[in-house]
Design a protein around this ligand. Structure first.
Ligand code: 3PY
Ligand code: MG
Length: 247
């Protein structure tokens, strides 16, 4: 098992993560060569299937932690990501403290929680794994709705919630500011960040560019997205072929 993620966060680093949605193991291997602080596999909106998620975690060097943004807040979704070797989960659409507790419960073995024992990687050294897992695994819950913002302080206060991660896109949809990330959106993000600080809980946020990631790091966010595969490839192909097409 690889407790790198917890260690880096405890140390106070702001982690710059590469966010991967395309479901490609080969692309994950290439992305890891850029040596990000961590990699996120997006199972909620991305194309990851269970076996490819597991394989992708296997090709990432052990000093680069992998988190999985799970499809939903359920024991099955969270358990499968952790069994694959994810050091952390990012749980979408959390709106209440009760929902946050459900996510934490699913990520912890009894007696602390209700995670079921098993999985190809954990069983490789299961006694050691069980011994270390609860402490090592990082639980991030996403606040990305108006209701979640309203309850941000209660969510951040839940024991076992390590980080509140803001989903900026869904938040704009929920607040009705989409496609703009205007002052209302900014105020909501600041409110979540302040709630985290008050509860000594880490705060992360989705970001769409390296500049945005730097700005959020300056403001004290502890996990930011420096690049995502769809954007990098879309822009890369456009730039690489620019001016050549006959029509
Ligand atoms: C959002 O912006 O809503 C996210 O979930 C990040 O991808
Ligand atoms: Mg979202």
């Amino acid at each position: 098992h690889r407790p790198t993620l917890r260690y880096r966060l405890d140390k106070g680093d702001t982690l710059g993560v590469i966010w991967l949605a395309l479901g490609s193991v080969a692309l994950t291997e290439i992305a890891a060569r850029a040596r990000p602080d961590a990699i996120v596999l997006d199972v909620q909106h991305g194309l990851w299937e269970r076996a490819s998620m597991e394989a992708a975690i296997g090709v990432v060097p052990s000093d680069i932690p992998v988190l999985v943004r799970v499809a939903e807040n359920s024991p099955v979704a969270i358990g499968q990501a952790l069994d694959a070797g994810a050091e952390g989960v990012i749980v979408p659409l959390v709106e209440t403290a009760k929902q946050a507790r459900r996510a934490v419960d699913a990520a912890r073995y009894p007696p602390r929680g209700s995670r079921s024992g098993g999985g190809i990687r954990p069983l490789g050294d299961f006694v050691d794994y069980v011994h270390a897992a609860d402490r090592a695994i990082v639980v991030c819950v996403m606040v990305e709705t108006a209701k979640g913002v309203k309850n941000a302080r209660d969510i951040a206060a839940v024991e076992g919630v390590d980080m509140v991660f803001i989903g900026t896109g869904d938040l704009a949809l929920s607040l009705g500011t989409f496609p703009n990330f205007d002052a209302r959106h900014e105020v909501a993000c600041s409110k979540v960040h302040a709630a985290c600080q008050a509860e000594y809980t880490l705060c992360g946020t989705f970001t769409g560019s390296l500049d945005a990631a730097r700005a959020k790091r300056e403001r004290g966010y502890r996990m930011v997205v420096t690049a995502n595969d769809m954007d990098v490839l879309g822009k890369g192909f456009a730039q690489a072929t620019s001016g050549f097409a006959a029509r």
